[in-house]
Ligand binder design. Structure first.
Ligand code: NBY
Length: 838
């Protein structure tokens, strides 16, 4: 374990309250923070006061790492990764920081000696839910890995006042509650108003001639907003590195608009302040109808402009010239949400720093990389020219010029192919005109990547085909990964301990070492411990389920879990069809000897996604009937665990026997939950979609339950003409399941409630549930059969964990560093706290 202070110094230095690590010092520090920060006597302090006192105590112990890291990067003028993402789904910081600092057991002891319940304090933290799902969580895992690998990095994003909504289930329906994560203060961030920047919006442009006779463009905006950075330290695992997550908050430039104020319009002036602050008010919940939302484009431009101005300030502050910008920053675009950065960097270099176009373009192209996260055509971002021009008139001009030069090059390569030109253009002119953000990202980046092998392949063959033909050298695959620190060490301490007892702890930094577990698959004592731990963790989850839903589940049953955003392509309703089919079987044949199963769902639906909300209602309605049916007893239970977020995910992954990864092949870019389940010893039932393909390759086909059409077969079937009714008519079990829903059996006799869902399946079934239904049912039978042989199941579970090394985000980050960013580790030495002796 790396210690915070060189050990030889500990004996001679009197510990101070802010860095000392002895139990006595820690206890004093917590008490001091309670008194001086919270302003409370212990007798009246709330749990939250104690949580905050503890959080500040931990923060004090990492500031040292953080400041040394920043100082080292500045002094050594290293190349820095700037990860631009509209979302960072960090999860709670306290416990993660304790683990990465290696001080968890000391802190726990100090807290307990103060007579407090450690877990109770940890549970006080409101997680920063600044993301929707996989994409935001990936950004968080990547920050953890970059810090752990000692890669200089800054995460740039938006400090939403309201993150992803909290979900409640009322009468089986999802109800959204605003997430007030900041209401009791956030001890992990430090505001840096001294690094505020200004961002323009709206207005128009004009040309002028400068002193040297050059034509220049000036943007005359009609709104100016202030961006204030809030910094959060990102501590690496057992290293001195603490990188920065810098999130921007929007404010009015002055508290009041003085002109309006002076003519007596006090309320109008205050209004303008409110208007500005709206920009970072709330995270958009990944709705269908995002396109055309002006505030969304304002958010994107706002955080991108703040971040690029910040990079330029940093670069110039060390005496550099902008000529060397691309040598010092590798900027990664997490999907197209920050893709406007390409036009913004061009504008900053050309209009504000007077660089010529060719040089600015060369710097821009070399600086940017673009990661695509979706193949769904409706999810590809585009902005109407009208909106774009109204908000960002100068950027539209720049995009036109990028496009003009780009298409000139295309024309030379493909003379007289106007169709190709139209397909590649940054402007969609097939109907109403739009700016295509993915095209801007492709043209302005030197590297383009998908997030799993299959996804990258399909990108190259479908949505980005023309770009792939044009620039094959820009494309590469970077299969996603997850951090074993949060998703194993923190969330599954029991299994972590067992693994460490067998193979030591170096796998935590080098996940491939989990392979060493393979030698124990035939060690019956080990297998028994493995099974025992799974059992204990399932019992813990059973308790949580009872607390949250009132449902009593049997921890000996097979825990079959699907936890992810609710979406038709993820097919939670296919899972529901299996449940109904099993239910029908049991009703027809009450003595059927089945393996008892607990079906657990978790996930949020976008508030405007009606069909997804109806899927939640269906799951709860089926649960209501199944759970209360005396014929079923405890052979089946259906649970919808409310408010699936990072906090609730942590105890869920370790408790799964079976992980449901059942998206239509070709639709899930990668998936990362699939990795977290398998890493915690669940077996997967899945299609050949996203990273499932690679997980199956790694763990072995015999340790994975495969079903369904392949992506190519899905394509063929659609081309040939898919008629879901054919499947319904020819499959009595499927027909019985759909008919039972339509009969009102699950809806208190209401035959209309689920019609939109069943009708959509019968008439369109865009995600081919019916085509995959029988294969899924058959595969689930194999799962049940396999679970009967518990010893063999345990072996498969161990082999899954042992072979998951590839899916560490450390591996993914190393690939980005090598192939895209060209950055190297920079170890941090801890210098004295006051290097100048002040
Ligand atoms: O990114 C997910 C993919 O669906 C998943 O397959 C992949 O593993 C993961 C990480 O690469 N995408 C995702 O989570 N997307 C979003 O959350 C999202 C958020 C906002 C918007 C679109 C998508 N938006 O348009 O605002």
């Amino acid at each position: 374990m790396a210690s915070l202070i060189p050990s030889e110094k500990i004996s001679i230095v009197v510990e101070d309250d802010r860095t000392g690590l002895s139990i006595t010092t820690l206890k004093r520090a917590i008490a001091d923070n309670l008194f001086y920060n919270q302003g409370k006597f212990p007798t009246i302090a709330s749990k939250n006061d104690y949580y905050l006192a503890l959080a500040y105590t931990v923060r004090d112990r990492l500031v040292h790492h953080w400041l040394n890291t920043v100082q080292t990067y500045l002094k050594q003028e290293v190349k820095v990764v700037c990860y631009l993402s509209a979302e960072f789904l960090m999860g709670p910081h306290l416990n993660n920081n304790l683990i990465n600092l290696g001080i968890e057991s000391r802190i726990r002891q100090a807290v307990e000696e103060l007579g407090l319940d450690f877990q109770e304090l940890v549970d006080q933290e409101e997680e920063p839910g600044l993301g929707n799902g996989g994409l935001g969580r990936l950004a968080a895992c990547y920050l953890d890995s970059m810090a752990t690998l000692e890669i200089p990095a800054i995460g740039y994003g938006i400090r939403y006042e309201f993150g992803i909504f909290d979900q409640e289930i009322r009468d089986g329906w999802q109800v959204e509650i605003t997430d007030k994560w900041l209401q009791y203060g956030n001890p992990w961030e430090i505001a840096r108003p001294e690094y505020s920047v200004q961002v323009n919006l709206g207005g128009h442009t004009e040309t002028y001639v400068d002193r040297d006779g050059n034509y220049r463009v000036r943007w005359l905006p009609d709104r100016v907003i202030k961006g204030i950075p809030y910094d959060t330290p990102i501590v690496g695992y057992q290293v001195n590195t603490a990188n920065t997550l810098r999130l921007w908050k929007a404010e009015a430039i002055e508290s009041f608009n003085f002109q309006t104020f002076n003519i007596g319009n006090y309320y109008g002036a205050v209004n303008e302040k409110i208007y500005s602050e709206n920009i970072t008010k709330v995270l958009y919940p990944n709705d269908e109808q995002l396109q055309g939302k002006q505030l969304r484009l304002e958010q994107q431009y706002f955080f991108v402009s703040c971040s690029l101005q910040d990079m330029i300030r940093l670069h110039l502050s060390t005496g550099n010239s902008l000529d060397t910008f691309d040598g010092k920053f590798a900027i990664q675009l997490n999907d197209t949400h920050p893709a406007i950065a390409i036009a913004e960097l061009m504008r900053l270099l050309i209009d504000e720093r007077f660089m010529d176009w060719e040089q600015a373009w060369s710097i821009t192209e070399k600086s940017f990389g673009y990661t695509n996260h979706t193949l769904l055509p409706e999810a590809l971002e585009k902005w109407s020219l009208e909106l774009f021009n109204r908000l960002l008139p100068r950027h539209l001009e720049i995009i036109y010029e990028i496009n003009r030069r780009f298409l000139d090059r295309v024309r030379i390569k493909y003379p007289q192919d106007n169709d190709k030109l139209a397909r590649l253009s940054l402007i969609d002119e097939t109907g109403a005109r739009y700016v295509r953000m993915a095209h801007l990202a492709c043209v302005g980046s030197h590297a383009i990547n998908g997030v799993a092998e299959l996804h990258t392949h399909l990108l190259q063959q479908t949505v980005l085909k023309d770009f792939y033909q044009l620039f094959p050298e820009k494309f590469s695959n970077k299969t996603n990964g997850v951090t074993p620190r949060r998703w194993m060490v923190l969330s599954n301490p029991r299994l972590t301990k067992l693994i460490c007892s067998k193979i030591g702890d170096s796998w935590i930094k080098n996940l491939d070492e989990l392979r060493k577990l393979e030698q124990f698959v035939d060690d019956s004592a080990f297998c028994q411990q493995w099974q025992q731990i799974k059992q204990e963790v399932k019992q813990d989850l059973a308790i949580r389920i009872r607390q949250r839903t009132g449902i009593i589940v049997n921890p000996n049953s097979l825990f079959d879990i699907q936890a992810k955003r609710i979406h038709e392509y993820k097919r939670q309703h296919l899972n529901a069809l299996h449940i109904i089919t099993l239910y029908n079987c049991l009703k027809q044949n009450p003595n059927l000897d089945v393996i008892p199963r607990t079906f657990i769902f978790g996930g949020k639906a976008a508030p405007g996604y009606w069909m997804a909300k109806l899927m939640i209602k269906l799951i709860n309605s089926v649960g209501e009937i199944v759970n209360q049916d005396p014929d079923i007893c405890d052979r089946m239970k259906v649970v919808f665990f409310p408010d699936y977020n990072v906090t609730n995910a942590q105890p869920i992954y370790p408790a799964a026997d079976l992980s449901e990864q059942i998206s239509t092949a070709g639709k899930e870019a990668s998936g990362t939950g699939n990795m977290k389940f398998s890493l915690n010893g669940a077996l997967t039932i899945g299609t050949l979609d996203g990273a499932n393909v690679e997980i199956r390759e790694e763990v072995g086909a015999e340790n994975f339950f495969l079903f369904g059409l392949t992506a190519a077969e899905v394509q063929q079937l659609k081309t040939k003409g898919y008629n879901p009714r054919d499947y319904y008519n020819s499959n009595p079990q499927l027909k019985a399941a759909i008919d039972l829903i339509n009969s009102g059996f699950f809806s208190h006799g209401d035959t209309e409630l689920f019609k939109p869902l069943t009708e959509s399946l019968l008439n369109y079934d865009p995600y081919l549930l019916f085509a995959d239904y029988q294969s899924y049912i058959d595969c689930q039978k194999k799962v049940s059969q396999a679970f009967r042989d518990r010893a063999n199941w345990t072996k498969m579970s161990i082999l899954n964990v042992a072979r998951m090394g590839k899916f560490s985000s450390d591996r993914a980050i190393k690939e980005y560093c090598r192939d895209i960013w060209n950055v190297a580790p920079v170890p941090i030495e801890l210098e004295d706290l006051c290097p100048d002796g002040q």
